[in-house]
Design a binder for this molecule. Structure first.
Ligand SMILES: NC(=O)c1ccc[n+]([C@@H]2O[C@H](COP(=O)([O-])OP(=O)(O)OC[C@H]3O[C@@H](n4cnc5c(N)ncnc54)[C@H](OP(=O)(O)O)[C@@H]3O)[C@@H](O)[C@H]2O)c1
Length: 361
């Protein structure tokens, strides 16, 4: 049964302290983090890893000047670490394919040990389709990461081949969305009115009211619903990666909710949503974490050896125990739909259809 090594790690634990505790699992490794900007969780995650001297630290982002800014800061703080940038726009399959090809051609990096799929967009106000015709949250947060990970999988498998099981890892940064949402299988692009959806695909209307959204039954697209569905996919994606890759190749995948941290994530929110967030905060529903504490759950997922034991088993009513982490510990708070093995399999097939490629290793 998967567990964690340090039961005392919690919502205030800093990423750098987690990294220090598993220092031997970082030293000499190659680690890639997506979505790295100075004010975001990706950067504090990269800093935590860099503190324990990986051989290579790759930071991936869509904005070359932001990536350069982060590289400069990391090189100044950790001169002993080889840091390099990778340009990738996760919303566009063509860009994802080019970035993956670049990683695959780096001869000095024959294996990639850890990938943290951290980038994300939230709250796109108008329904937007990607260049590939897929709703933008789903395209960026799930499809882009899933495709990128599949395309560089030979390098993760290479890492797993030469080391013990569960060293090679994929970490999907999800959110609390799996606790309140399932997938919108029948209407991925939000064409249908919510009340016409099958019962188990409808949004939790009461939850949306707390965010200031009323009458959702008679609407289709909602910016938070777009985000939630893509973040459920991040968790199901980790589960389906394990189904295909853990026993066969030793590559372990885990999804994490980083907690709530003040970053640029809310940049698309209108003032009404920002006010709803402040009300929830005043009512004591949450406290913000530091950027460093926002990184810590990803770092646990990437490194803790105890998580690699008994992946995919059930505990109590919770399927795929150990696939979802929160506050540095395994969480049982995801809804059954968000940790369903059947849902994971369905997502894999759907993702293959959407990118026009089948992946078998
Ligand atoms: N902050 C929170 O409270 C919170 C809560 C739950 C989950 N999360 C998750 O934590 C992760 C990190 O978010 P954050 O809070 O650090 O937000 P952030 O500061 O907005 O960082 C998001 C990162 O993703 C990048 N990104 C967005 N779209 C991209 C694309 N198409 N291609 C490549 N990169 C793209 C952004 O790049 P640009 O800067 O160039 O736009 C940025 O580097 C996200 O997955 C988010 O969903 C955060």
């Amino acid at each position: 049964m998967a567990s964690t090594t340090y039961a005392d790690f919690n919502e205030t634990t800093e990423g750098i302290d987690v990294a220090k505790s598993f220092s031997d699992r970082i030293s000499g490794k190659t680690i890639l983090v997506t979505g790295v900007n100075l004010g975001g969780v990706g950067f504090s995650t990269a800093q935590a890893f860099a503190s324990q001297l990986p051989a290579h630290l790759i930071i991936a982002g869509r904005n070359p000047s932001k990536v350069e800014e982060c590289l400069k800061a990391l090189r100044a703080e950790f001169p002993g670490v080889e840091c390099r940038g990778l340009e990738i726009d996760l919303s566009t399959q063509q860009s994802v394919r080019s970035a993956a090809e670049r990683v695959m051609t780096w001869e000095d990096i024959p294996a990639v040990d850890i990938v943290v799929n951290n980038a994300g967009v939230m709250g796109i106000q108008e329904r937007t389709l990607s260049q590939d015709g897929i709703e933008m949250h789903f395209a960026t947060n799930h499809i882009g990461h899933w495709l990128f990970t599949c395309l560089i999988m030979p390098k993760l498998i290479k890492s797993a081949e030469s080391r013990s099981e569960g060293i090679a890892r994929v970490v999907n940064v999800t959110s609390a969305s799996p606790t309140v949402s399932g997938m919108r299988w029948s209407d991925l692009n939000f064409d249908a009115t919510n009340r016409t959806l099958p019962e188990d695909e409808q949004p939790q209307y009461e939850w949306f009211k707390a965010w200031g959204y009323n009458d959702l039954e008679n609407q289709s697209y909602n910016p938070l619903d777009g985000y939630n569905r893509s973040k459920v996919a991040n968790l199901l994606s980790a589960i389906c990666m394990n189904q295909r890759l853990f026993e066969k190749h030793g590559v372990l995948s885990i999804a994490v909710h980083p907690g709530l941290i003040e970053t640029e994530l809310g940049r698309n929110f209108p003032s009404s949503t920002l006010e709803a967030i402040q009300v929830l905060k005043r009512q004591g529903f949450f406290n913000y974490k530091t950027l460093g504490a926002g990184a810590s759950t990803s770092v646990v997922a990437a490194l803790d050896p105890a998580l690699a034991k008994g992946v995919g088993s059930s505990r109590g009513g919770c399927m795929n125990w150990g696939s979802y982490l929160m506050d540095c510990q395994i969480s049982d708070k995801a809804s059954p739909l968000a940790v369903s093995s059947d849902g994971a399999e369905r997502l894999w097939k759907l993702s293959e259809e959407l990118v026009g490629q089948v992946f078998i290793w």
